[in-house]
Design a protein around this ligand. Structure first.
Ligand code: FBP
Length: 245
């Protein structure tokens, strides 16, 4: 995770929602343009930016470390969630990636398929000296609530057991319960996944402070920054909450 850390902490900017949710759900006239987000990522001093390969190939310009998401899905299919690999580790490296990301829907009926794809990806990434980051979201018919202390800690631990360098998990709602997920990760880096835009800046920043208090590494945030009316200022506030200045 070296390229993505400063003093052991990190703020990553995620921009794969165009595939996951669709442009009409998440984007406006400004942030529909990947150039806007590339500029924000660089000027906002993020420690890394997350793109799918198509956006990375066209818009990544090397000003900060890149994570390429290797799987993805749209919001259109119904049923048990599954997200399969759409980009190889070698291709991600060829377009500049210093890390690869992969989403696992823990508890889904397709969990084992995602485990085995991530297993191969983790080995290839480590053979080539880059980081393998697991987005682990408990989801599917067997999961009643994806943000409880127990299920989020299970996600963190699954990341450790599967060999991830870092895991990106939901917030549990308070620092104490989040710290159980951090302890379950046993030293692996733990990022909070931003989630839909919070009602106020402070509401989101309170979550970020809770993550850090609970021992987290930082946040991988998307909508709460690039949907903000003042994204650069919000990026600065998130950095301050993570780095404590
Ligand atoms: P946000 O901060 O916008 O929530 O981004 C984090 C992220 O993990 C993205 O990488 C991904 O596109 C999205 O959330 C997935 O959201 P969902 O919970 O709807 O699957």
């Amino acid at each position: 995770m070296g390229p993505f850390l400063k003093e052991g902490k990190s703020v990553l900017l995620a921009y794969d929602q165009g595939l996951e949710h669709g442009p009409s759900v998440d984007f406006d006239d400004r942030n529909v343009d990947p150039r806007f987000v590339m500029e924000l990522a660089a000027k906002g001093k993020f420690n890394g930016v997350v793109f799918q390969k198509g956006v990375a190939e066209r818009f990544y310009d090397g000003r900060l470390p890149l994570i390429v998401k290797l799987n993805g899905k749209t919001s259109l299919p119904k049923g048990e969630p599954v997200s399969r690999q759409v980009c190889s580790v070698d291709h991600a490296i060829s377009i500049g990636a210093k890390g690869v990301g992969y989403t696992i829907y823990l508890g889904s009926g397709f969990e084992s398929e995602m485990f085995s794809e991530f297993g191969r990806i983790q080995e290839q990434a480590h053979q080539r000296g880059i980081a393998a980051i697991a987005w682990i979201y408990p989801r599917g018919g067997a999961v009643a609530n994806d943000s409880t202390k127990e299920v989020v800690a299970y996600a963190a631990r699954a990341g450790l057991e599967l060999g991830a360098d870092a895991v990106k998990i939901k917030y549990t709602g308070d620092p104490d319960s989040f710290s159980w997920a951090v302890r379950s990760a046993a030293g692996m880096k733990v990022f909070m996944s931003g989630g839909p835009k919070a009602p106020t800046d402070d509401a989101f920043l309170e979550q970020v402070r809770g993550v850090m208090k609970g021992g987290g590494t930082g946040v991988a945030v998307g909508r709460n920054v690039w949907q903000n009316a003042h994204p650069a200022a919000m990026a600065e506030k998130v950095r301050a909450a993570v780095f404590g200045s």
